[in-house]
Design a protein around this ligand. Structure first.
Ligand SMILES: Cc1cc2nc3c(=O)[nH]c(=O)nc-3n(C[C@H](O)[C@H](O)[C@H](O)COP(=O)(O)OP(=O)(O)OC[C@H]3O[C@@H](n4cnc5c(N)ncnc54)[C@H](O)[C@@H]3O)c2cc1C
Length: 320
């Protein structure tokens, strides 16, 4: 993000001169949008309804040197207690799912907008007899966020079904990149810098809807048995090191149940940190540091965060 200071009045003045369709909110608490329920206010949060409105926001932001952050479902985010400076943009209105012309009776190619809920996409695929993404059930958030993060579970990642991605750059220009032109890796899409995912196409195999439904139920049950899906978290805090599980290492280092303020290492799955009530980002980061230290002392492994940390942070003396 570019850095600058910007008050809400100035943002409003700039925005009043910009053609824009969609909702606009000022001083919007990010805690209301993150699955962790942590995060101070964004100066401005916009919900463009079409690519032209998104482009106009990006051009105005570039001209005025205002930072822009793209927000999906907020399920992999730790937002600073001081909030996010500038404009946060949500693509939740980009929520179309369609069959493309490449679809035939052996396989289907689906177009999905970045704002489609991943759960909704899995549901659509199942109902229409399209298999390949059922292992991703239980992953919250939007399709755009899942592509950006190359979300995955039970050995399946978004990249396995991806055909192409439509991206908008900060000049509002749109390009379509094929999967081979991107460089997906574990929990990363390695997109060109400052790219916004507008939509993507995925290829799925034709299968019986009842068989797909059965697999979805089985995967979901496995997740429910091992992960604290009903509690406020951001999913796995750390990436799994090569050949091992971060949860196993954290558990082995005796960190289950460890707590700072209202953030606790889950008793059910040690790589999930839970907001027990009024947790702050500061507590969360302190707990991350403490856990990383314990794991390093215990196994020599240095854990790497999987969650994305954004925004402004309040220091110990409550100043930032
Ligand atoms: C209970 C729980 C279970 C989870 N289980 C899993 C799991 O099994 N596997 C897994 O991989 N993850 C899991 N997660 C983590 C998270 O749900 C996934 O990473 C998800 O795909 C993130 O999507 P999101 O829309 O919420 O993205 P956000 O959290 O909103 O954003 C994540 C990152 O993506 C970027 N981004 C979002 N949308 C776009 C866009 N349109 N264009 C460009 N950049 C964008 C954001 O800037 C940010 O850097 C879990 C989370 C929870 C809370």
């Amino acid at each position: 993000m570019l850095s600058c200071t910007m008050n809400n009045r100035k943002l409003k003045e700039i925005f009043d001169k910009t053609f824009f369709r969609g909702e606009v909110k000022y001083n919007e608490p990010m805690s209301a949008h993150t699955s962790l329920r942590i995060g101070g206010p964004a100066d401005m949060m916009v919900f463009p309804e079409d690519p032209v409105s998104l482009k106009n926001v990006l051009l105005a932001a570039k001209r005025e040197r205002i930072p822009v952050f793209v927000f999906g479902g907020g399920t992999n985010l730790l937002v600073g207690d001081g909030g996010i400076e500038g404009i946060v943009t949500s693509l939740k209105a980009f929520n179309n799912i369609e069959f493309t012309r490449e679809t035939n009776d052996k396989y289907a190619v689906l177009y999905a907008g970045a704002g489609v809920a991943l759960a909704g996409l899995i549901n659509f695929a199942q109902k229409n007899g399209c298999a390949g993404i059922e292992a991703l059930v239980g992953i919250p958030g939007y399709f755009g966020g899942a592509v950006y993060m190359n979300a995955g579970s039970f050995g399946v990642e978004i990249k396995d079904v991806l055909v192409s991605v439509a991206l908008m750059n900060m000049n509002g220009e749109i390009t379509i990149l094929k999967k081979d032109e991107l460089n997906f890796s574990y929990r990363s899409s390695n997109l060109p810098e400052y790219s916004i995912i507008l939509s993507a196409n995925i290829a799925l195999n034709r299968d019986n809807p009842d068989d797909i439904s059965k697999r979805i139920k089985e995967f979901l049950q496995k997740k429910r048995d091992t992960q604290p899906l009903g509690e406020p978290s951001a999913g796995c805090v750390f990436k799994n090191p090569e050949g091992d599980g971060a949860g196993r290492l954290i558990d082995a280092a005796g960190c289950k149940g460890m707590r700072i303020g209202d953030v606790e290492v889950s008793m059910k799955h040690a790589n999930y940190f839970i907001n027990k009530d009024k947790a702050t980002c500061r507590d969360f980061i302190e707990l991350m540091e403490k856990v990383m230290l314990r794991v390093k002392e215990h196994s020599g492994t240095i854990l790497e965060p999987e969650i994305k940390i954004v925004g402004k942070f309040k220091l110990k003396a409550d100043s930032y």
